[in-house]
Design a protein around this ligand. Structure first.
Ligand SMILES: [Zn+2]
Length: 446
């Protein structure tokens, strides 16, 4: 293992992958200990370790700037999702280097991102340059399991650590778009939030050996599932989605551009036509809340009519001023009044009025300019992601957060889709690309 952090993100990433921080249980302390040992000699850094529970440590590093701009936040999580039940071609915690790619859980999500951020800070330090404002790096625990020990707790209990910060950079949440060979650089400008329910229907039970009475639970559940299947809830076109569709259209050949503009502008909200299915579903999903049945339960004995049947619903609410009540009313309109709806999880609603800065403009332009300069053939795109990250907690403090971990991946590369699945890996070249762009951001940030 390295004695101190170097200007090469590769050894750092390989060490981080080998520290198993599968959450649950997390054990992010091991990762924080590794990093603090290698930061300790930099006495000019303000280093804090904070933990709600001892094994779940968070690390906050403050790199002093010149004080001519507000502090900038870099946030990344050190935990990873489990690998149980997955068939990996190479062991997930060995960080093997194969054909120019580092394999392992967290290679992209997001020990790769953390390595880029930490190395960018090291490069800045070695160059003797100071950023315009302080850079606050938050290495947080527990992102993959509700952030109870990480960003949720830190922002609630220690908001002073983040005071005065205007912009934040975090992960992309796997934002990507596979369309017409476009090589894209996503900049996530807004996130949907989760709103999960259990829908339960009840009906007469009884012996399953005779004709079933009307209203049996399994039948009612079938009706409910049919209504939800492929349903498009009402359209709410927000500013981030509008800009995303506009920029996507601009980058596409004319026949596809027309289809994307139609999706953006059609007042009748007709289903998207003329686009490949995966892209159509993705773009259509940023125009509306979504809800999908996932876990289905009814009965546990073959000769007994179940008196109760349920479906867990993965709901996602658009960014912006949309309440849970509005979302629930839309689901009700679809499924009718009979099912009981129990709220299981609701993601934090970001109060847009607390964020002073518009999502587009100066800082956003800086991110896209840096990307375009480094990779002229690719297209930077503003994205709304259906995945919720820790950005929501920092945005709750009034910080304008962006998902931006630039990687120069070929068009159609599967790396962004391998998060949370087997064979997660990152090309060394992409790791270097992201590191050098983050270093430039720290230098150019005003
Ligand atoms: Zn992540």
């Amino acid at each position: 293992m390295a004695e101190r952090l170097t200007t090469d993100p590769l050894p750092l990433l390989r060490d981080l992958i080998r520290i198993d921080t599968t959450n649950p249980p997390g054990n992010e302390r091991a990762c924080v200990d590794y990093l603090t040992a290698r930061l300790a000699h930099r006495d000019e850094l303000n280093v804090k370790v904070l933990a709600r529970t001892p094994d779940r440590a968070n690390l906050i590093v403050r790199f002093p700037g010149r004080g001519v701009a507000p502090p900038l936040l870099l946030h990344g999580h050190s935990d990873v999702v489990p690998v149980t039940g997955q068939r990996w071609q190479h062991p997930p915690f060995a960080a093997e280097l194969i054909d120019g790619e580092v394999w392992g859980r967290g290679a992209v999500d997001m020990k790769g991102g953390l390595s880029m951020m930490l190395t960018a800070l090291t490069r800045l330090h070695e160059s003797g340059q100071r950023p315009a404002g302080d850079v606050v790096l938050a290495v947080v625990a527990d992102e993959e399991h509700g952030s109870i020990n990480g960003a949720r707790w830190l922002t609630a209990e220690h908001p002073e650590l983040f005071s005065g910060i205007r912009y934040g950079i975090g992960e992309e949440g796997g934002a990507g778009l596979d369309l017409a060979g476009l090589r894209i650089h996503p900049v996530v400008v807004a996130e949907k939030r989760a709103c999960w329910y259990r829908a339960t229907v009840r009906g007469p039970g009884g012996h399953a050996s005779r004709l079933s009475p009307p209203g049996m639970a399994a039948g009612q559940l079938g009706t409910l599932l049919t209504r939800l299947s492929g349903a498009r809830l009402p359209r709410h076109l927000g500013p981030a989605a509008r800009r995303m569709l506009t920029d996507v259209a601009q980058a596409l050949p004319e026949h596809l551009a027309t289809a994307v503009r139609a999706l953006r502008d059609d007042p009748t909200d007709a289903p998207p036509a003329g686009l490949p299915q995966a892209a159509a579903l993705q773009l259509d999903s940023v125009l509306r809340h979504t809800v999908n049945p996932t876990v289905i339960r009814a009965g546990d004995k073959i000769n007994v009519l179940p008196g109760e049947a349920s479906a867990e619903l993965d709901g996602r609410i658009l960014p912006g001023e949309h309440s849970r009540e509005e979302f629930e009313a839309e689901i009700r309109a679809l499924i009718g009044p009979d099912a009981e709806l129990d709220l299981l999880v609701e993601g934090l609603a970001v109060r847009q009025d607390r964020i002073a800065e518009p999502m587009f403009g100066g800082f956003y332009d800086l991110l896209t300019e840096l990307t375009s300069k480094a990779d002229p053939g690719a297209v930077p795109l503003p994205m709304v992601t259906p995945a919720a990250t820790d950005a929501g907690f920092f945005a709750g403090l009034g910080i304008r957060c962006y998902g931006w971990l630039p990687m120069n991946l070929p068009a159609g590369a599967e790396h962004r889709t391998l998060l949370h699945t087997a064979d997660e890996r990152i090309p060394v070249e992409a790791l270097e690309f992201g590191t050098s762009l983050l270093t430039e951001l720290l230098r150019d940030y005003r």
